[in-house]
Design a protein around this ligand. Structure first.
Ligand code: FMN
Length: 402
C-alpha cells in the first residue's frame, strides 16, 4: 500500500512561530495533539467519504449508499446558519436516524460567529462525528453573502471563525474548502489557519470557486496541502472510479478520497475503492473488484426510487427527482447517451421504468462502465441558472465528470 499521509502526520510536531499580518488570533506556539478520527472500515487503508451534496445526501440517500458498500465517513448537506436559522429538521434526520453504521459529520455554512456557535451548541446534542465548515460553495447567491466559497477571499475572517469554532467544538472540527476564490493567492495562508486552529480533517476540492465544477482539478495543490497541514487531507473533485482514487492517493499522498457525483452514478464506488486499495500494485483495470452489471444498476434504480419516495410526494415529482440521479447513472449506461435521452422524456413511474428495462434488461449481464462515457452529458448546461448547490441548478457537463 502506498505510504499515505496518516503515518507522516503523527511523526510531525510542528510549532507555529509567526503568522502574516491581519490575523486576529494571538500568536501561540502549539504542538497539536491529533484527535482521533473515527476508525476506518479497514484500518490503515486510505479513507473514503461521501461528499456533502445539497438535496442529495439526506438520510435516504446515505442509506442507499450504505447498502452497496458504505464510505468510511458521511457528511450532511450544509445546515444554513444565519440570525434566524434553526438546524433544518430534514437534515437532522441524517444524524438522529442514521442506520448506516458509519459516522456522519454535520456541515455548516455561515459567517456570523454568534450564530455559528449557537448552532454548534444545538447540534452537539445530536449523535454526530464532528462539525464541518463549508468553505467552498460556489453558488453566487451563497458566496455573495460572504459564506461558503465567499470566505476564501477573507482569510482574516476565516481565522476568526475557526478560532471561535475551535474553542467551542470539544470534538472533531473539520473543514471542506476549495483552493481559492478566483485565484489561489490565499491558499497557503488558509492552510496555515488549518494548522493554527487544530483542524482535525481537511477536505480539499481542487478547484477555485470561479472554476465551479468545470475543468481540471488541481491535484498538485491538494498534494501541497498534504505537505503543509498537520491533519489528514481528503482529496475531492472528479474522482470518477476506484482506479482513479488509487492513482490520486499515490500522486498526492492524501489520507483518503471524497466522492460526490460519481457515487450517485456508481454507488459501489466505496467498496470498489477498498477492493482496489487492497491491491496497490495492480495495474489499472486489472484488480479484482466488484463489477456491477446493467441488471445490478436496474436494481439500484428501483431501490433508489423506493427509498427516496414518500407518500406526500406526487408521482411526477418523484419521477423528476429520479431523473436528477439518473442524469449521472446514464453517463455509464451507453456511449451514445440514448438512455439519458429517453429517460428525460419519461413523465410517470411506468414510463421511467420501461425506459430502464429497455436499456438495462435487454442485455442484463453486460458490465456497467466504471468510468463515465466521454461526451455523455449529465445535464444540459444551465450555468446561468446556477443559484445554489443543488441538482436543480448544478451544471454538470462531460468535461466536469470525466
Ligand atoms: C448537487 C450538489 C450539491 C452539493 N452540495 C454541497 C454541500 O452542501 N456542501 C459542500 O461542501 N459541497 C457541496 N457540493 C460539492 C461536492 O461536495 C463536491 O465537492 C463536488 O461535487 C466535487 O466532487 P465530485 O467531483 O466527486 O462530485 C455539492 C455538489 C453537487 C453536485
Amino acid at each position: 500500500m502506498p505510504a499515505t499521509q496518516t503515518g507522516a502526520i503523527l511523526a510531525r510536531m510542528p510549532i507555529v512561530t509567526a503568522m502574516p499580518p491581519g490575523f486576529n488570533s494571538p500568536i501561540l506556539p502549539r504542538t497539536p495533539e491529533p484527535r482521533r478520527l473515527p476508525a476506518a472500515l479497514v484500518p490503515g487503508m486510505p479513507l473514503t467519504a461521501l461528499a456533502p451534496m445539497q438535496d442529495v445526501t439526506d438520510l435516504a440517500f446515505m442509506q442507499v449508499i450504505a447498502r452497496y458498500g458504505p464510505p468510511d465517513y458521511f457528511f450532511t448537506e450544509f445546515f444554513r446558519v444565519h440570525a434566524q436559522s434553526r438546524p433544518e429538521k430534514h437534515i437532522l434526520r441524517s444524524l438522529t436516524e442514521n442506520a448506516t453504521g458509519r459516522p456522519v459529520f454535520a456541515q455548516l455554512i455561515g459567517e456570523s460567529v454568534p450564530d455559528l456557535l449557537r448552532t454548534v451548541r444545538e447540534l452537539l446534542a445530536y449523535p454526530l462525528a464532528g462539525i464541518d465548515l463549508n468553505l467552498g460553495c460556489p453558488a453566487p447567491k451563497i458566496y455573495r453573502k460572504h459564506v461558503g466559497g465567499g470566505l476564501l477571499r477573507e482569510p482574516a475572517r476565516i481565522d476568526e471563525i475557526l478560532g471561535a469554532l475551535r474553542a467551542t467544538v470539544p470534538g472533531l472540527l473539520t473543514v471542506k474548502m476549495r483552493v481559492g476564490f478566483d485565484d489561489t493567492s490565499n491558499f497557503d495562508r488558509i492552510l496555515d489557519l488549518i494548522n493554527r486552529h487544530g483542524i482535525d480533517l481537511l477536505t480539499v476540492h481542487g478547484r477555485t470557486v470561479k472554476e465551479m465544477y468545470r475543468g481540471e482539478v488541481h491535484y498538485d495543490l491538494i498534494a501541497r496541502a498534504v505537505q503543509q497541514v498537520w491533519c489528514p487531507v481528503l482529496a475531492n473533485g472528479n474522482i470518477t472510479s476506484a482506479d482513479r482514487a488509487a492513482g490520486i492517493v499515490a500522486q498526492t499522498r492524501v489520507a483518503g478520497v471524497m466522492m460526490g457525483r460519481h457515487a450517485i452514478r456508481n454507488p459501489w464506488i466505496f467498496r470498489q475503492c477498498r477492493e482496489r486499495f487492497a491491491q496497490p500494485d495492480a495495474a489499472a483495470g486489472a484488480p479484482e473488484m466488484f463489477q456491477p452489471t446493467l441488471e445490478d444498476v436496474r436494481e439500484y434504480i428501483t431501490h433508489l426510487y423506493r427509498a427516496t419516495a414518500t407518500p406526500a410526494v406526487p408521482e411526477r415529482t418523484q419521477v423528476a427527482r429520479m431523473k436528477k440521479y439518473l442524469n449521472f447513472v446514464g453517463q455509464s449506461v451507453d456511449a451514445d447517451g440514448s438512455f439519458l435521452h429517453e429517460m428525460r422524456r419519461a413523465q410517470t413511474e411506468v414510463e421511467l421504468f420501461s425506459v430502464c428495462d429497455r436499456h438495462l434488461l435487454s442485455d442484463p449481464a453486460r458490465r456497467y462502465s466504471l468510468e463515465p462515457f466521454p461526451g455523455v452529458v449529465a445535464r444540459p448546461n444551465r450555468e446561468g441558472a446556477f443559484e445554489t448547490c443543488s441538482l436543480d441548478t448544478t451544471p454538470v457537463r462531460p468535461a466536469v465528470c470525466s
